[in-house]
Design a protein around this ligand. Structure first.
Ligand code: FES
Length: 334
């Protein structure tokens, strides 16, 4: 689902921060121009990465009714595109630039029942939906998986709010979501909303697609920062323009090309709208398609890719890559 936005930026002050799970910080912001936040909404944040500004998107996990305070929860990973380090460095009183809340993941009210699926930090996009469905008296169930109990943010709060409707799965205990069972339990009117790692969402997407269920009842949120492989540096060449660039593991092709003055089109910058797509001419390595814009068959033929999120990995992905085995890609831009 691609929805384009005109983004209104504003200042916000950090009201407080706290650790809510292993490597997850909760950051509460007071925006200068508050407005109520709807479930599924996110904000864009201008983050500072090595002195350069970049945009990152984070779900609003909960907010005051009037939006005067809204909380994000940010997972810190060394393989992130760099924004999470900045977010984890924030302290009460810091000022930053944020967008007004944006909606790409709307909850449709009125379905006979709902399945909510969250993997890891994906709970941030799902928690507000679950709260609203509970308040509406809707029929819903939450499936929430994480690496370990320490990595599972908000579990106690979710348990006390949703009781038996919450089902938790811990990799550390060998518990895994039964995806075929979950899809088999869906009825023709069931709506499934999910946010989590690409492997989890892809498995659900395939199982849902192989069933008779309505594909439009499967909805998901992606922030384009979760791939099949750990990011590694690689090089990009645009023969027609005679330019080359090295893409660091913490930046996108789009950011790198913009950085050297190549005019690029973009909108969502998270793999949804397809505006940033480039033509693939030749690769040494394989493309790690991280978008949700191209279909599986388009990704399999790999003639185009979304420059805002998709990357290249060497043929035998490892982290860090061994010297000399760096991946290369030759592309053309619109
Ligand atoms: S800018 Fe939307 S997919 Fe890249």
């Amino acid at each position: 689902m691609a929805i384009s936005h005109s983004v209104t930026w504003q200042d916000a002050t950090v009201a407080e921060t706290s650790t809510v799970a292993e490597r997850i910080r909760r950051i509460t912001l007071r925006p200068e121009v508050p407005r109520p936040v709807r479930p599924g909404e996110h904000v864009k944040v201008l983050v500072d990465i090595d002195g350069s500004s970049a945009t990152r998107s984070y779900s609003v996990v909960d907010a005051a009714d009037d939006g005067s305070e809204m909380s994000l929860s940010v997972f810190h990973t060394p393989h992130s595109r760099g924004g999470s380090s900045y977010m984890h460095s924030l302290r009460a009183g810091d000022r930053l630039r944020v967008s007004a809340p944006l909606q790409d993941f709307p909850l449709r009210i009125g379905a006979p029942d709902y399945i909510l699926v969250a993997g890891g930090i994906g709970i941030t996009a799902i928690r507000g939906m679950a709260s609203l469905l509970r308040r509406l008296g809707a029929d819903y169930v939450i499936h929430y998986s994480a690496r370990s109990p320490e990595a599972m943010a908000y579990r106690d709060e979710l348990r006390s709010e949703h009781g038996d409707r919450l089902h938790c799965y811990l990799d550390s205990d060998g518990e895994f979501l039964d995806i075929p069972g979950l899809v088999a339990a869906a009825t023709p009117g069931t709506e499934l909303y999910m946010c989590g790692p690409i492997r989890l969402m892809d498995a659900i997407r395939r199982a849902w697609g192989a069933s008779d269920l309505d594909p439009t009842n499967l909805r998901f949120e992606t922030f384009g920062n979760s791939g099949w492989y750990a990011p590694e540096p690689f090089s990009v060449t645009i023969p027609r323009l005679g330019v080359s660039a090295t893409i660091g593991e913490n930046e996108s092709i789009l950011e790198a090309l913009e950085g050297i003055g190549i005019p690029m089109m973009s909108s969502c910058r998270r793999g949804e709208c397809g505006l940033c797509q480039v033509t693939i001419l030749e690769t040494q390595g394989q493309v790690d398609h991280r978008d949700v814009f191209f279909s599986d068959s388009q990704k399999a033929t790999s003639t185009r890719m979304c420059a805002c999120v998709s990357r290249l990995v060497s043929d035998t992905p490892s982290h860090p890559p061994a010297a000399g085995d760096g991946a290369r890609i030759s592309i053309d831009v619109p």
